[in-house]
Design a protein around this ligand. Structure first.
Ligand code: AMP
Length: 111
């Protein structure tokens, strides 16, 4: 079954797309936990960080590259968090690898 992020990647549902290349897509989080809350999502379907395999580790570098670029673009390069929730017990709700880029004022809820 497709995750919500696959549907966004395949343009089956809409999202506020801020960046896209061959490997990743970045969108605004629909339920922001900070003034700037961006999701950087791999296009390849990988369920979580724990499921990433040899050969796909370069994607983590790509995510960092895009995070740096977006942090600068959105004026948060002097203070941000880049995090992933791995697994249900850590609060993961969409099982398609993504990192949260959070900056500006953080809202004090759990991620
Ligand atoms: P996680 O709980 O770490 O798996 O993060 C999933 C994130 O996806 C949450 O912060 C949600 O607010 C966000 N989200 C869910 N559906 C959408 C959507 N259609 N567009 C943008 N963000 C979404």
């Amino acid at each position: 079954m497709e995750t919500i992020f696959e549907k966004i990647i395949n343009r089956e549902i809409g999202a506020d797309i801020l960046y896209e290349d061959r490997d990743v897509i970045a969108i605004k989080d629909i339920n922001p936990k900070a003034k700037v809350h961006i999701l950087i999502i791999t296009k390849k379907v990988i369920g979580s960080l724990q499921e990433i395999e040899e050969g796909d580790f370069y994607l983590l570098g790509e995510i960092v590259r895009v995070a740096k670029r977006l942090a600068k673009e959105y004026g948060i390069e002097d203070g941000y968090r880049l995090i992933t929730n791995n697994g249900k017990k850590a609060g993961q709700s969409v099982f398609h690898l993504h990192f949260h880029l959070l900056g500006g004022s953080l809202f004090r809820e759990e991620l």
